[in-house]
Design a binder for this molecule. Structure first.
Ligand code: MTE
Length: 333
C-alpha cells in the first residue's frame, strides 16, 4: 500500500517505541548527516542539555471558563504533569522532554493572531483579545498522536467556527491554512537542525473549510484550568481530536482562508506517510507501524503497559463521519 520513505519523518517513527527513542533518533540523525559520529558517542552532547538546568520560569494564569457538553467522557484524564512534559513541538527540539525545557523563556505577550485571506472582514487578535473575544469553554478530548500514543486532555478554548464566521469568508474560501510563529531566536529548532528535526519552518497546517467549521474544532488557549504552557503551544493552538496530533498546530500567528489545499509541513516532508486529512483510522496503517492500537498515557510509570484499541476517528465518528461520506479513506489518509 504505502511505501517507506527515508525522509526526516523518520523522527516520528523513532518515537513510536519510547524505550528506544534515544537510540533510534540518534541513528536517524546520523543517517541524515545532521550529527557526526563522535557527537553521537558523547552521551550528553546533543543540544538541549545546555538548557536542562533552566527550571519552569514561564508563568501560566488561571482562566475563567464555562463547562461544555464535551466534558462528560468515560476516559481517565492524563495527569497534567505528563501533558506538559511529554510534547511534540519540534521548534523546541524533536525529543519529547526538550520543549518543556527549551520553551520556558518563550514570549507570548505581545502576540498577534491574524485572520485573513478570502474573507470580507479580516481582523487581528492581540494577546488579551485571545482571551476576551470569544466564550472560553472546557472540552475534554482524546489526543491521538500518529506515533501511536494518546492522552486525554481538558482543554480550554473556543470554536474555530466562531472565529471564521466573524471574518465573513467569501465563496472562494475552501480551505483554512494555519501558520506557527517563525522566530529562530526564540525557537532554537528553527535554526538548528539537530534540534528541529530537519523540518522546513514555519510549521504549516490546514483543514478543509467544513472540517474547520465542525463543532469539535477548537482553538485552545489553555489546559487544566490555566493558560497554555509554551511547550503545549501558547498562547493559542488548534485541536482537532479526530485527527492525528500533528494537525493540531501550535503557537499560531495566522489563520488564512484560501481557495486551494494548503501544502502542510508533514505532508510535504513525506506525502506517502502523512496525508493532508490525517484522520485517526485503525484500518490504515502507517507504512512502518500499525495504527490499530495505541499506548494511552495515564498515571502509570513512563513505560506502563496501557495499550488500547484505536477507534475510528478517535471515537468522534458521530460528529465527523459525515464530512467524509463517499471518500476512500485509504486513499485520502
Ligand atoms: N505544532 C508545531 N508548530 N510544531 C510541532 O512540532 N507537533 C504536532 C502538534 N503540533 C507540532 C505542532 C504533533 S506531532 C503533536 S502529536 C501535537 O502537536 C502534540 O501536542 P502536545 O505536545 O500538546 O501533546
Amino acid at each position: 500500500m504505502l511505501i517507506k520513505s527515508k525522509k526526516s519523518s523518520e523522527f516520528l517513527e523513532s518515537q513510536v517505541t519510547d524505550e528506544t527513542i534515544y537510540q533510534s533518533r540518534r541513528k536517524v540523525l546520523k543517517q541524515l548527516g545532521f550529527v557526526g559520529a563522535s557527537a553521537l558517542l558523547a552521551g550528553n552532547s546533543l543540544p538541549g542539555k545546555a538548557w536542562a538546568e533552566s527550571n519552569s520560569t514561564f508563568k501560566t494564569s488561571a482562566l475563567n471558563f464555562k463547562k461544555s457538553e464535551y466534558t462528560n467522557v468515560p476516559d481517565k484524564l492524563t495527569p497534567e504533569q505528563k501533558v506538559i512534559s511529554h510534547n511534540n513541538f519540534y521548534e523546541f527540539g524533536a525529543k519529547k522532554d526538550q520543549p518543556a525545557e527549551l520553551a520556558q523563556h518563550f514570549k507570548v505577550d505581545p502576540w498577534q493572531l491574524k485572520i485573513t485571506g478570502e474573507v470580507d472582514k479580516p481582523f487581528t487578535l492581540d494577546y488579551d483579545e485571545l482571551f476576551s473575544s470569544f466564550t472560553i469553554e472546557e472540552r475534554i478530548y482524546r489526543l491521538r498522536c500518529v506515533e501511536a500514543w494518546s492522552m486525554v486532555i481538558p482543554w480550554l478554548g473556543f470554536r474555530l467556527a466562531d472565529v471564521i464566521k466573524k471574518a465573513q469568508p467569501n465563496s472562494k474560501a475552501k480551505y483554512v491554512a494555519f501558520k506557527t510563529l517563525h522566530d529562530p531566536k526564540q525557537m532554537p529548532g528553527q535554526s538548528n537542525r539537530y534540534l528541529g528535526g530537519g523540518i522546513q519552518y514555519p510549521y504549516i497546517e490546514g483543514l478543509r473549510i467544513d472540517e474547520a467549521m465542525n463543532d469539535l474544532t477548537l482553538l485552545s488557549v489553555g489546559l487544566y484550568g490555566k493558560t497554555l504552557p509554551p511547550q503545549n503551544g501558547a498562547p493559542i493552538r488548534l485541536v482537532t481530536p479526530w485527527k492525528y496530533g500533528f494537525k493540531s498546530i501550535k503557537s499560531i500567528i495566522e489563520i488564512k482562508l484560501v481557495e486551494k489545499m494548503p501544502k502542510t509541513t508533514w505532508n510535504k516532508l513525506a506525502p506517502n506517510e502523512y496525508g493532508f486529512y490525517a484522520n485517526v483510522n485503525p484500518d490504515v496503517d502507517h507504512p512502518r507501524w500499525s495504527q490499530a492500537s495505541e499506548r494511552r498515557i495515564t498515571s502509570g510509570g513512563l513505560f506502563a503497559r496501557n495499550r488500547i484499541e484505536t477507534q475510528m476517528f478517535n471515537g468522534y465518528g458521530e460528529e465527523v463521519a459525515d464530512l467524509y461520506k463517499g471518500m476512500n479513506l485509504g486513499k485520502y489518509y
